[in-house]
Write a protein that binds this ligand. Structure first.
Ligand SMILES: Nc1ncnc(-c2cnn(Cc3cccc(F)c3)c2)c1Cl
Length: 297
């Protein structure tokens, strides 16, 4: 994948859909306490990187995440420093405080699906939390459940963590606070989103702590975006089968249609997305942003 050459920044790491850079000072030394988070226009579906990219996806998700950080600022401080970023990534990058990141993927679930549903079907519980009988794919949970995982190395799968494992990793106090905050963030997200016709089934957030050891938990990474969370259109919610994705359903439907000619089980890469699927997908990201924030993209 092509990482940008950004004057004044050195490339640190690339995820599937985002890139991390470190600011470089005038003396050529890396500025130690800041990072640049860049959201690309790349779209991942079925564990494959789609082509072409989705125009404006990075900018829409960056603006949505910034809006959520602001909505949540009474709940938890965040890592945002500024949006004064290089022209080449204007609107889709954020300058952030460099933190010591917790080694736990902080996931909360408000609706049961995916890996949580699988664990429930095996054990009647998720992450040690016993759930009512008779739940099905898409069932709303009595309240959000904290279902943390490890941060697996690149190319490996994140693994569920038991409460005891989280406490061993973070200590009992920090573990309890991470659980409380993650559930509170998802609950607040759904309070706001439900009014705007969007259900947030689950979300992954990341916390860090200041390297100088002062202060408490800081909300980092991105927050409550369709890349970090499952967004469902509220009017189509119907427990008992997989719910349509607010943002990725056009891509999924086309890829699994005979029109694409793709055989997912064959193991080969998916074909290029047709222009109408790219445009419809872009429109869903813009629609989610405008509905949630009330602002025009
Ligand atoms: N404030 C912070 N301090 C220290 N580290 C991070 C950090 C490291 N990794 N990630 C995930 C990620 C975010 C974007 C692009 C990627 F490629 C990967 C976030 C952050 Cl956000």
């Amino acid at each position: 994948m092509s990482t940008l050459d950004l004057p004044g920044y050195s490339h640190v790491y690339s995820g599937k859909v985002r890139d991390l850079y470190a600011p470089v000072g005038a003396d050529g030394e890396v500025v130690p306490d800041q990072l640049l988070l860049v959201a690309s226009n790349r779209l991942s579906a079925y564990d494959w990187m789609m082509s072409p990219e989705i125009p404006d996806k990075g900018a829409v998700l960056t603006r949505l995440s910034l809006w959520w950080f602001d909505q949540l600022s009474d709940l938890v401080p965040n890592h945002v420093v500024s949006t004064d970023v290089p022209e080449a990534v204007a609107g889709r990058a954020v300058l952030v405080r460099k933190l010591d990141m917790l080694k736990v993927e902080a996931i909360a679930r408000a609706y049961l699906t995916g890996g949580g549903l699988e664990e429930y079907r095996e054990k009647g519980s998720v992450s040690g939390v016993v759930l009512p009988d008779g739940l099905v794919d898409g069932s709303k949970l009595p309240e959000p459940v904290f279902t943390p995982t490890t941060k697996a190395p690149v190319g490996e799968h994140d693994l569920p963590m038991s409460p005891a494992q989280v406490e061993a990793e973070l200590g009992a106090g920090v573990a309890a606070e991470v659980s409380r905050l993650t559930r509170a963030i998802l609950a607040r997200g759904n309070e706001i989103a439900a009014e705007r016709g969007i259900l947030i089934a689950d979300t992954k957030v990341e916390f860090g702590v200041s390297p100088d050891g002062t202060g408490g938990l800081v909300l980092a990474d991105e927050v409550l975006t369709p890349d970090s969370s499952r967004f469902w259109p509220a009017e189509l919610w119907e427990p008992g089968h997989p719910q349509p994705s607010y943002d990725k359903q056009f891509v999924r439907d086309w890829l699994t249609s005979s029109e694409s000619g793709w055989d997912r089980k064959a193991g080969g890469p998916p074909p290029e997305l047709p222009a109408h699927v790219v445009e419809q997908t872009r429109a869903k990201y813009v629609e989610a942003y405008e509905r949630l924030t009330g602002e025009t993209f």
